[in-house]
Write a protein that binds this ligand. Sequence first.
Ligand SMILES: [Zn+2]
Length: 282
Amino acid sequence: MKTLKEAVAEAAEKMVAIGHFNVSDSEGFNAVVESAKELGVPVIIGVSEKERSFLGVAEIRALVSVEQGKGLPVYLNADHTYSVEASKEAEDNKFDSVIIDGAEKPFFENVMMTKEVVNYAKGENPEILVEGELGFIGSGSMLRDEIPEGVSEETQTSAEDAAKFVEETCVDLFAPSVGNIHGLIKSGEPKLNIKRIKEIAKVVNVPLVLHGASGNTDEDIAQAIEAGIRIVHINTELRQAYKKGIKKGLSSDELAPYKFMAEGVEEMKKIVTAKLKLFNKL
Ligand SMILES: [Zn+2]
């Protein structure tokens, strides 16, 4: 099986992106894995700090290990990790990648924290990828009435800052703020700044990650991938689909969880499959 680093390099060669989907439980996990398996593409399972504590760090690691043991390119990412300590826990548990999120901190503090996680990771396991983030895009995968406070065109990541951040931290992956927003804005998402993605891709020598892609149009996402995005994160749309499916399942007289929960899996699979086709140009 390829390492995540190799899978991302292959995506860059093909000018496609790997899908990153967050899960909170084993049903969500199955929905993502089955969809990727059916299409024969690599996939990243994302778990935020809260998703990790609901699911269990060792438990999700074990689920992914079972798939990797079958030779399937399923990878595990510790999504949005806000402390060095929690990052180390993910690294100790042999996650394939970890995101240290200092996007709300001043530049220098973000650099120092990210550097510490990079240094620790490389000492533990040279295969683990560390992602750094610069430019706040709101936090939480939820439905929103408006763009979250502290996010504007002015707070988008400049190419200059991106280059400086990547050079100083030695991260393997970089997540900029380029018009993307965590969560889903009810009245519609602003457009992605494709020009800015191109500018950043030109000056940093690591793959770029697009967070908060729920709600962005297919056309915008396809253009972002052309511009240099190699991993795309989807969470809010999955949560919506899962809830919709479970509601449907619960409205019947069915008592068996594996039957009423299965409706949630099916709804999630529809979203994951459509996104994977888009990201992988299938
Ligand atoms: Zn994110």
